[in-house]
Design a binder for this molecule. Structure first.
Ligand code: KIV
Ligand code: ZN
Length: 514
């Protein structure tokens, strides 16, 4: 029997630490349920002590997710660990993930602690966490740059205290594959009780080697858990990409000889959900989940693929959840056809009311667009999830705008502020500029627009446009996403979504900055 490789997803914790990627509770719950559907082994749902919002989200995820182990991060102190345990209580089986930095640099400059104090704090934290669960993960932050003798002493004592998973992060993405693999192997060989724990890797992608480092540590170092995020989401250059490590291990089973539990057909739907929710767009040439990942445009390749698929294809698009842009529904499709397509897409809606409301949105779109693709349906569902949040400060109502070559275009936007409709009007350098100024003429948010991007959800000129807007104000960065057949309306929706996030007071603590 092949060994099992544990897939630990940290999209909702480390992924969310990326500036602008912060998610609302409802969004986190939706992603957690999709991660469960994809069969990840462990879902790191957040950092309970960071904010009330994170605590609440973890608590709800812990009460709803049954098939994956739910986990919370906690710094190595009793307060954080108690908070994590409290949030996780509704889960049958949960994990507490506690950590402290072990590199000389972090201990001296960030923690201002001696190695002896760090050793003691790590030991006591794991001992304390044992009061709540026997599934305890310990991470030595900046592990890849730590002194190996000190690291081994810390890891040996935390295993003695009951840690069952030992994670050695490459926090700053500094490691190289053979060196990182040798580090993991060396630690496993030197610690006398290493057989009592599963060894885990957690890599950041600053030098573009997160996936390579993780896989080397598995193959050559004996690690049996990889920590990763969907689309490689994460601070700076991101984390190890879940879809890449999973498909590497599946496709090259001959080399890795490992089993993963992941339902790979859920990879693309999960990728789309995460990118639509966070506004972090997936680059077209991204492995596995990029729009071009399975497009064979060169004539030679097309000819080869038509003669025998495996001449140029090492994975099948449908195995990772691409549906080859099937036209699924249209104007005449009824509620049953819509419901059945949702089932085929393995989307579960909570109630008849949600189904009815999603169907109404579908009908509205089908009146304006002849062919409805799976991607359109997934975007309707994202809008539907956002509509649940529309008790928020601002809500888009309608837009009128006029463009003429050589003229400065005007725009008029109707939107609601706390339920009362208002009209903003402005001219701009282009239709989008005019529209965003029209909104600002009523709000004066003082926010700076730091990113604006448009993508087509499907192909062709009938495709819906998906706009991402990133705003910054007083050190806070938020993303907003909007979708519409009219990209100017999509821009207004995205801008309003970002303003809503800015106006919510959800401040949270970053575990690694304190
Ligand atoms: O990168 C890192 O070191 C982390 C730890 C908190 C696990 O995210
Ligand atoms: Zn990390």
């Amino acid at each position: 029997m092949a060994d099992k490789l544990i897939i630990f997803d940290t999209t909702l914790r480390d992924g969310e630490q990326s500036p602008g990627a912060s998610m609302r509770k409802e969004e986190k719950i939706r992603i957690a349920r999709q991660l469960e559907r994809m069969k990840v082994d462990v879902i790191e749902a957040g950092f309970a002590a960071s904010s009330h919002g994170d605590f609440d989200a973890i608590q709800t995820i812990a009460s709803q997710v049954k098939d994956s182990v739910v986990c919370s991060l906690a710094r190595a102190n009793n307060k954080d660990i108690t908070c994590a345990a409290e949030a996780l209580k509704p889960a049958g089986h949960f994990r507490i993930h506690t950590f402290i930095a072990t590199s000389a640099l972090h201990m001296e400059k960030k923690l201002r602690m001696t190695p002896k104090q760090v050793y003691e704090q790590a030991r006591l934290a794991v001992r304390f966490a044992r009061r709540f669960t026997d599934d305890i993960e310990f991470s030595s932050e900046d592990g890849s740059r730590s002194d190996i003798d000190f690291l081994c002493r810390v890891l040996e004592v935390v295993i003695k205290e009951g840690a069952t998973t030992i994670n050695i992060p490459d926090t700053v993405g500094y490691a190289v594959p053979d060196g990182y693999a040798a580090l993991i192997r060396g630690i496993r060989e030197r610690i006398p009780n290493s057989d009592k724990a599963v060894f885990s890797v957690h890599c950041h992608n600053d030098l573009g080697m997160a996936v390579a480092n993780s896989l080397a540590a598995v193959r050559l170092g004996g690690a049996r858990q990889i920590e990763c995020t969907v689309n490689g989401l994460g601070e700076r250059a991101g984390n190890t990409a879940l879809e890449e490590v999973v498909m590497a291990v599946k496709t090259r089973r001959d080399y890795f000889g490992l089993e993963v539990r992941i339902d790979t057909t859920q990879i693309v739907p999960t990728s789309k959900l995460v990118s639509q929710t966070t506004g972090f767009v997936v680059q077209p040439n991204k492995a596995v989940v990029g729009a071009n990942a399975f497009a064979h445009t060169s004539g030679i390749h097309q000819d080869g693929v038509l003669k025998a698929r495996d001449t140029y294809e090492i994975m099948r698009a449908e195995d990772v959840g691409w549906n080859a842009n099937k036209i699924v529904l249209g104007k005449l499709s009824g509620r049953n056809a819509f419901k059945q397509r949702l089932q085929e897409l393995r989307v579960v809606l909570d109630s008849e009311a949600e189904l009815n409301s999603a169907f109404a949105r579908f009908k509205e779109l089908a009146d304006r667009k002849a062919e409805i693709f799976d991607e359109d349906i997934l975007s309707i569902l994202s809008q539907e999830a956002n509509a649940v949040l529309d008790h928020e400060t601002y809500r888009f109502v309608s837009l009128s705008q006029h463009s003429e070559t050589g003229e400065r275009p005007p725009a008029k936007v109707v939107f609601a502020i706390n339920g009362s409709e208002t009209i903003g009007e402005a001219y701009g350098n282009g239709p989008v500029d005019a529209t965003l100024h029209a909104i600002e003429s009523r709000i004066n948010s003082g926010a700076e627009l730091i990113l604006y991007s448009v993508n087509a959800i499907t192909t062709g000129t009938q495709a819906q446009g998906e706009v991402t807007v990133r705003l910054s104000k007083a050190g806070r960065i938020v993303n907003g996403v909007g979708t519409d057949l009219d990209i100017v309306a999509a821009s207004a929706k995205a801008y309003i979504a970002a303003l809503n996030k800015l106006s919510s007071s959800s401040e949270r603590l970053n575990p690694q900055c304190s």
